[in-house]
Design a protein around this ligand. Structure first.
Ligand code: ZN
Length: 556
């Protein structure tokens, strides 16, 4: 990677004063001036050679005539973009384990939108709060002192991270608290309690409702319940974001359900990580895109997001249908061996594997230490090596880990992935967590998207395969998600906007993380600024923690 030498002038007293947006800045010397880059402003417009001045946490000058700043940075030969927004992130509590957000900030992410797939950090019951607190205290030395997403936002303001954080509220979290883990409809009383909690969380700054309908207990909500829940968002502009009930054989019905929720609740929709999974369903990608286009023509504010890989990550238990996993992990494990249910479970699992391809389409990621021999391995190869039948190995791993085994499913089409990423209604997300190649976040074999997604979009899909243009790719990870989440002052480069900025070298930027060796930082991103704070300089983390909670306007 080419390195840049940054030119610093002497620090000037008085620089760094926070200015309110919308003031005339010309008379004041900027703290930081970024010169010589091709600036992509996040709206999708082509790049322009302008300079950008930053004062305090805001962009205070954009143009060809920017006066000298207290610090000058030479970015000739680089592209400069708004900080990247990950509209479907699983960084969540790992930002408390390592607040440098290493795998994220080094690919240019400056805002994580967490609380996805129906699974936000709370609201928790007393028991679940105690359990989470105990687990984080013991395992990471982290003290959890909040019990809902709004409390998490407050915590991120008190104890900064390198990246900004916004959060949705998960219907699964609400359902677990109010209804429990049972597969039954919520009563009217339960539904109104869940709606009240959602309303409170939105009014405290959360930016949408997520569901994860392939997971329990989120998926125990039927469409009517989801419409009721989503209707809390009406008028706020915040989306109902859904990891849908199905992404393979019943993909089109699942999209219909998601759009139906948006239509009846009259709220914007975000289809999470759109894909047509399993070879026999590849043809459905076009049909899925048509459905979403038609919904927009009918007046539904529908979009989708997608990560730039052809494999997905989930729990090994997701090889089994959610209807057979009700009642929590223990009940599920008992059912795997119960003669009344075992055969049905085995059949469903084998069908799911056949849908993906074969047993080698399943790659194990995380396990406990006792079964660490399975990490990173394909189930077919591993079973052969150990002289066991692959399904028997699956059961062995689930039982040895109390149900908690991570997996990667290799089951998507490259051509579809390109089409989905390039589609004008699509944004890009990582769907990944925050990791680091050292410390507690360095264990296991996570999906490489947690390290590589944004660099892979700009390197592989823009430069190498030319699937989409650079201005369009940048729009999909900056201005477009900011608008979807009604964030007025992020996602673009303009006067008064928060100074989240990324400089990268379009000829170098690339992901390095692989499925075999995931703990590797992206390259070609020498500078990242978060709220005016230089966090990556010359490709290295400065240790600065400029991130903060990003709250919505409420109004639910
Ligand atoms: Zn998901």
């Amino acid at each position: 990677m080419r390195r840049r030498t940054f030119v610093h002038t002497a620090a000037v007293a008085g620089a760094g004063t926070l200015l309110a947006p919308g003031l005339a800045f010309g008379h004041r010397r900027a703290d930081l001036v970024l010169r010589g880059a091709t600036v992509f402003d996040g709206t999708g417009r082509p790049g322009r050679e302008v300079d950008v001045g930053v004062t305090g946490d805001r962009i205070t000058d954009v143009g060809t005539n920017v006066a000298a700043g207290a610090v000058e940075i030479d970015l000739r030969g680089l592209a400069l973009a708004p900080g990247f927004i990950d509209i479907h992130s699983h960084a969540d509590l790992s930002l408390l384990i390592n607040n440098k957000a290493e795998s994220r900030i080094r690919q240019g992410v400056t805002l994580e939108v967490v609380g996805q797939d129906g699974s936000s950090v709370g609201p928790w019951s007393d028991a679940r709060f105690e359990q989470t607190r105990e687990q984080y205290r013991e395992r990471y030395g982290v003290e959890i002192d909040f019990r809902d997403p709004a409390g998490f936002l407050d915590r991120m303001d008190r104890e900064r991270a390198a990246v900004n954080l916004a959060t949705m509220v998960g219907n699964g979290a609400l359902r677990r608290l109010v209804v429990g883990n049972e597969d039954r409809p919520a009563t009217d009383e339960e539904l109104s309690r869940m709606k009240g909690m959602l309303r409170d969380q939105i009014n405290l700054g959360c930016v949408g409702l997520s569901s994860g309908l392939e997971y329990t207990p989120s998926g125990f909500a039927d469409a009517a319940e989801l419409v009721e829940m989503a209707s809390v968002l009406r008028g706020t502009g915040y989306p109902y974001a859904s990891h849908m009930r199905n992404e393979d054989d019943r993909l089109l019905a699942a999209i219909e359900e998601t759009l139906h929720v948006g239509r009846l609740a009259r709220v914007p929709v975000q289809v999470s990580h759109l894909k047509a999974q399993g070879q026999r369903n590849y043809w459905k990608a076009d049909a899925a895109l048509r459905l979403i286009e038609q919904a927009r023509a009918d007046g539904i504010d529908a979009h989708f997001d997608r990560y730039p890989y052809t494999a997905y990550a989930t729990g090994l238990s997701n090889l089994f249908p959610s209807s057979l996993r009700s009642g929590g992990s223990r009940a599920f494990l008992l059912r795997l061996r119960d003669p009344d249910t075992a055969a049905r479970l085995e059949k469903a699992c084998r069908e799911k594997v056949a849908l993906l391809g074969d047993w080698n389409s399943v790659q194990i990621t995380s396990t406990n230490d006792a079964t660490s021999w399975a990490r990173g391995r394909r189930l077919g190869d591993l079973a052969r090596e150990r002289g066991v039948e692959p399904y028997a190995l699956t059961l062995e791993l689930l039982e040895a880990n109390g149900g908690g085994v991570g997996m990667i499913g290799h089951g998507m089409d490259e051509e579809n992935t390109t089409k989905i990423l390039a589609h004008p209604l699509g944004m890009m997300c990582s769907d990944g967590g925050a990791y680091a190649p050292y410390g507690p976040l360095s264990t296991g074999s996570p999906h490489p998207r947690g390290y590589g997604s944004f660099a892979r979009l700009l390197g592989h899909y823009v430069r190498d395969t030319r699937a989409l243009s650079l201005p369009s790719a940048i729009h999909k990870i900056t201005g477009m998600p900011a608008r979807k989440l009604r964030m007025e002052d992020r996602g673009v480069i303009g006067l008064g906007v928060c100074a989240d900025l990324v400089a990268f070298d379009p000829t170098v930027v690339a992901d390095q993380a692989t499925f075999e060796n995931p703990h590797q930082y992206a390259v070609g991103i020498p500078l990242v600024i978060v709220n005016g704070v230089v966090t990556i300089r010359d490709g290295e983390h400065t240790g600065e923690l400029g991130g903060r909670a990003v709250r919505g306007h409420g109004g639910a």
